[in-house]
Design a protein around this ligand. Sequence first.
Ligand code: NAP
Ligand code: ZN
Length: 352
Amino acid sequence: MKTFEVKAFGAASREADLEPMTIARREATPKDVEIEILYCGVCHSDLHTARNDWGGTKYPAVPGHEIVGRVTKVGGEVTQFKIGDLAAVGCMVDSCQTCANCRQDLEQYCLRGFTGTYNGRDRHLQQQTFGGYSEKVVVDEHFVLRVPTNLDLAAVAPLLCAGITTWSPLRHWKVKEGSKVAVVGLGGLGHMALKLTHALGADVTLFSRSADKIQEAKSLGADQVIISTDESQMASVGNTFDLIIDTVPYVHDLNPYVATLQASGTLVLVGFLGELDSAINTSPMVMGRKAISGSLIGGIAETQELLDFCGEHNIVSEIEMIKMQDINEAYERMLKSDVRYRFVIDMGSMKN
Ligand code: NAP
Ligand code: ZN
C-alpha cells in the first residue's frame, strides 16, 4: 500500500519529551477521507499514553484524538465529504463494523476491538496508528464527523473526546430536566460535563478539590460546588444524585461518592482505569440499589448527535491555545490541574 510522509510530534520512549518526527500515512483508499489537521485538543489520555501509564504503549507514540480540519482528498466511494469541507475525527478510526456492538452504533465496544486513533493497529498498514499531533490524517469515512459551521473551530476539537465521553453517559442514563447529576473533577471532561448537563436542563453539582474553581464552575453551569475534601459538605449531599460522572484520572476512594447517590443511582467512572483502592463497601449499594459503572467515549452516531446538539445550543469547550512546540510544558501543567479547561494545539505552528 502506498504511503506518504507527514510531520508529527511524538514521544520516542516513556521518559522522552515529545519531539518533531516524520510518520507515514496511507494514501487514501476509495473509502478514505484525507484531512489537513487545523486544531487538535490535548486529552489527559494523550499524557497517559505518552508515559505508558496504562501499559502497552508502542513507541514512537504520536498522541491526539480531538481532531478538526479540512478535507484535502476523498476516495472514489466517499459520499458524505468533499474537498474543502470541515471534518472531525475523535478517538476511533476503525472497527470491524459487523459485530453485534458495531451494528448497534457502539463501535467503541467493538467485539473485535476498535482501532484507536493512536496506539491502535492500523487495519490497512499493519502498523501502529498515529494521532492528531500531525499535519494530516487519513480515515475511513464512517469514522469522520461533520462539524457545525457556526462554532469556533478550535474550541470544537475537545468535543471529539472530552465532549462525547461525558455526553454518552448522560444519554445512556437518560438525563433530562429535573435529573440530579454530579460531576467529579473539573478538568477537560468535567467542564464539558457541566455544560452539557446544564444544557439538558438537569440540576448539576461539581465535586472538586479546588476551591479556586468555584466561581468558574458556576459560570460553566454548575448549580452547586462541593469541596470533596470537606466532610461536612460531603455529608450535606448524602442520598442526592441520580447520576455521578467521575472524571478523576488517578486512583481514589469511591465510597464517599456512593454515599451521595440516591436509591437506584449510578456512579459512572470515565477517568480512572485500574484497581480501586480503598475497596468498595457493598452495603450502601445493596441497601439503596446503587450501581458503579464505567463508560468509554461514545459511538460515531452518538458523537455526531453531540456535535449537532452543540451546534444548536452554541456549546464549545473553554480552551487555551498552544503551539505544538509547547506540548511538553502543557503536559506538566495538566498534571498540576493548571488548565482552564482544555489545551488545543494550533497545528499551523507545525509549519514553523
Ligand atoms: P484533566 O483535564 O487533567 O482533569 C482531571 C480533573 O480531575 C482535574 O482537573 C482535577 O479536578 C481532578 N483530579 C486530578 N487529579 C486528581 C486526584 N489525584 N484526585 C482527585 N481528583 C483529581 O483530565 P481529562 O482530560 O478531563 O481526563 C480525565 C480522565 O478521563 C483521564 O484519566 C483520561 O485518560 C480519561 N478519559 C477517559 C475517556 C473514556 O472514554 N472513558 C475519554 C477521555 C479521557 P479538580 O481540580 O476539580 O479536583
Ligand atoms: Zn481523550
